[in-house]
Design a protein around this ligand. Structure first.
Ligand code: PLP
Length: 384
């Protein structure tokens, strides 16, 4: 299916809603039936019927079709946040007594789920350097059920070899889940490499306008149906029809936003790599990135996040640099139209204990012109 068809047409049925070109927001909690027997039939197959908006809703259905097709998956479920999608996908595949293998340094709240919440329910987790395939073998236990990946992660961008990990998981009968938020479905499709479940924070590039918190998972029909009927309907982490509609609107411009962002990012990186006050730039498509070859094999392109190591270890100087930026908001999150800066020292209290070096500064590049961003960084670097 071609990209513009998926984004502009798939799942839409304009004749059903007055030939409006923009899909409607069906803001309803439930749906009525003419007869009891019609309702009974629908309840027996809730996945494929409109009964109650904690399950299905027509605005969401359009979005689900598009997201599944973009990830080259059979089906999808949309959630109120990326973390709702991640928690649901993980919990749906473990039980008390199970063991999970997770990459080091996953997104902080994924880490919290695996390192402190799930152990309360008897699920243990080993965190490994996921770049080495032998580490999966070494941490495999008889009760291992799941491998959780994030490739690349969103601070230091380490990758995992998706094809090799998926093959290892299949041999050992393990489910694989990957957080693919960084790449978007446009720049990496993990299902093509054999990964079972792909999760996303749609708050980032998919929404793209920093006005919606949302998430989704994509997988086979069988896995999606199992999660839908059990964990999804039970936990109730649903997105509102209005927020689903905002994601539909965000999707219309995803390809042009990603193209512009990737181009601007490479221009900004070129400037940073040649600046005397920058020690290092970390980006999966940088010439000196240790896993560049793997990045080129499994990703189409790098997106708009990059991290720099300034030539200083002094936190007040790092803070002054960030405070001096005018075109970058100081903020968490990423993937919107606006450029952001997020220094690790804003959330690390103990420099020695932090798994991420405290002196890194992460940028999320938005839709501004590259010259404007470069000028701004150049001015701010003068404070060092
Ligand atoms: C890599 C990554 N995954 C997942 C999430 C969670 O997404 P959400 O904030 O939509 O719950 C985030 C949020 O920052 C993230 O950066």
């Amino acid at each position: 299916m071609n990209l513009s068809y998926i984004i502009n047409r798939l799942g839409e049925d304009n004749e059903n809603y007055y030939n409006a070109v923009a899909p409607p927001i069906i803001q309803t909690s439930n749906f009525s039936y003419k007869t009891v027997s019609d309702l009974r039939l629908a309840i027996n197959d809730e996945k494929n019927n409109l009964i109650y908006s904690r399950g299905n809703n027509p605005t969401l259905d359009i979005l689900v079709k598009k997201l599944a097709a973009l990830e080259k998956a059979e089906d999808a479920i949309v959630f109120a946040s990326g973390m709702a999608a991640i928690s649901t996908a993980i919990i749906a595949n473990v039980a008390a007594g199970d063991h999970v293998i997770c990459v080091q340094k996953p997104y902080s709240w994924t880490n919290k789920l695996l390192s402190s919440l799930l152990p309360r329910f008897g699920v243990e987790c080993s965190f490994i350097n996921g770049g080495e395939i032998s580490n999966y073998q070494q941490s495999l236990k008889p009760n291992t059920k799941l491998i959780y990946l994030e490739s690349p992660n969103t601070f230091t961008f380490e990758l995992q070899d998706l094809k090799a990990v998926a093959a290892f998981a299949k041999q050992n009968n393990l489910i694989t889940i990957i957080d693919n938020s960084y790449s978007t479905p446009l720049f990496q499709n993990p299902i093509e490499f054999g990964i079972d479940i792909v999760v996303h924070s749609a708050t980032k590039y998919i929404g793209g306008h920093s006005d919606t918190v949302a998430g989704f998972l994509c997988s086979s029909k069988e896995i999606v149906e199992r999660i839908f009927k059990n964990e999804f309907l039970t936990f109730g982490g649903i997105i509102s029809p209005f927020n689903a509609w905002l994601l539909l609107r965000g999707l219309r411009t995803l390809p042009i936003r990603m193209e512009k962002i990737a181009k601007t990012t490479s221009i900004v990186i070129n400037f940073l790599e040649n600046h005397p006050k920058i020690e290092k730039v970390i980006y999966p498509f940088s010439r000196d990135f240790p896993q560049l070859e793997l990045a080129e094999f499994q990703m189409k392109c790098g997106s708009g996040m990059l991290t720099v190591l300034l030539k200083t270890n002094e936190i007040p100087k790092i803070e002054s640099f960030c405070n001096a930026l005018k075109c970058f908001y100081i903020a968490v999150s990423w993937g919107g139209y606006e450029s952001l800066v997020f220094p690790v020292c804003s959330f690390v209290n103990d420099k020695e204990e932090s798994p991420i070096p405290f002196n890194l500064v992460r940028f999320s590049i938005g839709l501004e012109e590259p010259e404007e961003l470069i000028q701004d960084i150049e001015n701010a670097l003068k404070v060092l």
